[in-house]
Design a binder for this molecule. Structure first.
Ligand code: SF4
Length: 302
């Protein structure tokens, strides 16, 4: 295992894995001074001819999403990352990138952990990242619980440049199959739409067997129709299978995508075929792989 120490910084890179796929991504595992681990992925954004970083907000995660490798790791949650640890990790990756192209195009808090659950440290780190010009933009991906979104909507709250919120179900029960702590979509969507008046917001929906049936096309269309023109896009994401997950990839992705594209007037619908399928770059996959954080023997029941 490659070990790189960064004197004076609170985190060190303990592993670097260049992608085998021709996508120029580089995956890193960091270790903190108290031996917590977290990961970051340097991604090539071909459209921008620049690198971005997918950054973790926590060492592990408490949310327990059933499509996520972090949930099935032996140490699913350790602790929140400190702002200095996040900034230090981004600074180390940015050094690698700057020599070739200059600052990172953006840092996206879409790695292990949810930024919403460590918001004080994430916002402090984000401001430092932008202030030191380590990246041009900061994005945040979250399950977007309503208490956190209400805080975002308070006057003078700091907001990232862009956000992506995870929906994954047309009603509360279906959403909770993927995100056990999820709020009812009918409660959070009006709040999400208010955020979308201030910043571009993508709504993400992972395509699984249980939420892409013909009746789900109708339910999702009905749920989202009132929000035509509010959000940047509806991003339909192919499920990136992870060891231990009880979820199954959808066998009718193409029909589902076609139906939503046809029926959702005023929405831009896009399909994202996860790069993680080739590179094991989904949340927590790298950390689990490098540190041999084996999944539990028993698969949880849905
Ligand atoms: S998908 Fe994100 S929020 Fe959900 S368990 Fe994984 S790291 Fe946590």
């Amino acid at each position: 295992m490659e070990v790189m120490h960064a004197p004076g910084n609170s985190v060190s890179i303990i592993s670097t894995v260049p992608s085998k796929a021709p996508d120029r991504s580089v995956k890193y595992v960091f270790r903190t001074s108290d031996r917590a681990t977290f990961e970051a992925v340097q991604l090539w954004e071909g459209e921008h001819q620049a690198y971005s970083v997918c950054m973790s907000a926590q060492a592990g995660c408490r949310y327990g999403c059933t499509h996520c490798a972090t949930t099935f790791a032996r140490t699913p949650f350790v602790r929140n990352l400190q702002a200095e640890e996040i900034t230090s990790a981004v600074g180390q990756l940015e050094e690698h990138v700057r020599a070739q192209q200059g600052p990172l195009v953006w840092v996206d808090f879409a790695g292990v952990g949810d930024a919403a659950a460590n918001w004080t440290h994430v916002t402090t780190a984000a401001k430092a990242i932008l202030g030191r010009e380590l990246a041009r933009h900061v994005k945040v991906t979250s399950i977007a619980p309503q208490a956190w979104v209400r805080n975002l909507l308070k006057p003078k709250s700091w907001l990232p440049d862009r956000l992506m919120f995870s929906l994954h179900g047309a009603n509360a029960a279906q959403r909770r199959v993927v995100i056990p702590r999820a709020d009812d979509p009918s409660t959070v969507l009006p709040l999400w739409a208010t955020v979308a008046e201030m910043r571009p917001v993508v709504v993400n929906y992972v395509l699984c067997e249980h939420n892409t049936r013909p009746e789900d096309e109708t339910a999702l269309t009905r749920l989202l129709a009132p929000y035509a023109g509010c959000f940047s896009i509806l991003r339909l994401s192919s499920f990136n299978p992870v060891l231990g997950s009880p979820l199954r990839p959808s066998t009718r992705e193409a029909e589902f995508i076609a139906a939503l594209t046809r029926d959702l007037d005023g929405w831009t619908v896009s399909h994202h075929l996860s790069a993680g399928r080739e590179t094991a770059a989904a949340c927590g996959q790298l950390r689990a792989e490098i540190l041999d954080l084996a999944p539990p023997a028993k698969r949880p029941e849905l």
